[in-house]
Design a protein around this ligand. Structure first.
Ligand code: GLP
Length: 240
């Protein structure tokens, strides 16, 4: 795993944005895998600035988001669909038909997951996947478990994740208890992966990731199976 240590959030965001910009400049039809959460917001802001300055062009880029709460309406301000438009898609020249976020509104979650996986394959697979990480080592909504489902699927959220995400809702009881998420195999199929880790509350997750072993009880450790992963980590989140 390549490791880039950054002094703070600002530096982490700038480095991640540069890597994504380089990808899009080298291939204007790039397929990007994107996360939500507080961690990537700075990266999205910088990419939007570059786009508005005419430095990068998203008009032929396709995106696939990692996950979405389930069930949730897309116009709910806590949905990841809403988050992505607010923080990124509304600020760049991406075409709406090139944006993919698992649909938390559908009745048939299984069908949605199957079609999502097919859409990634039809786009030619993900060229660059950006990731955040949960405090418990979750990736997307692949939660620590004795077994993991490899492809896009519906899953239930752990207590830990519901509590961690409650800060965005009125109360923990308003956090949806289920989600649709790309699986670890979907994620590991990306040609390149960057994972952003910010803040001292992620130290344990960083430590588990850098131990180099693999366990489903910390889904992030499965990234050790991929040949091209770059960890972009703030100093306060770093822990060997
Ligand atoms: C959510 C998302 C993850 C994200 C995680 C960390 O649970 N499903 O994809 O990585 O939160 O969020 P934050 O960056 O706010 O710590």
């Amino acid at each position: 795993m390549n490791i880039i240590l950054c002094k703070d959030y600002e530096a982490m965001s700038a480095i991640a944005a540069d890597i994504i910009a380089k990808q899009v400049k080298s291939n204007k039809t790039s397929v990007l895998g994107l996360p939500t959460g507080s961690t990537p917001i700075g990266t999205y802001t910088k990419l939007a600035e570059m786009c508005n300055a005419g430095e990068i062009d998203f008009s032929s880029v396709k995106t696939f988001n990692l996950d979405e709460y389930y069930p949730i309406k897309r116009d709910n301000d806590q949905s990841y669909y809403y988050f992505m438009y607010k923080n990124f898609f509304s600020k760049i020249n991406i075409k709406p038909e090139n944006v993919h976020v698992p649909n938390g509104e559908v009745e048939d979650a299984e069908k949605e997951c199957k079609e999502y996986e097919e859409a990634i394959a039809a786009a030619g697979g993900i060229d660059l996947q950006m990731l955040g990480i949960g405090q418990n080592g979750h990736i997307g909504f692949n939660e620590p478990d004795s077994e993991l489902y490899p492809f896009t699927h519906k899953t239930s959220l752990t207590e830990n994740t519901i509590l961690a995400n409650a800060r965005f809702f009125e109360s923990a009881s308003d956090v949806p208890t289920n989600a649709l998420t790309m699986g670890m195999a979907s994620i590991l199929s990306a040609k390149k992966i960057i994972i952003l880790i910010n803040g001292a509350n992620k130290k344990e997750a960083t430590k588990a990731l850098l131990k180099g072993t693999v366990t489903t009880s910390c889904p992030a450790t499965l990234l050790n199976l991929h040949p091209d992963v770059t960890l972009i980590c703030t100093e306060d989140a770093y822990c060997e």
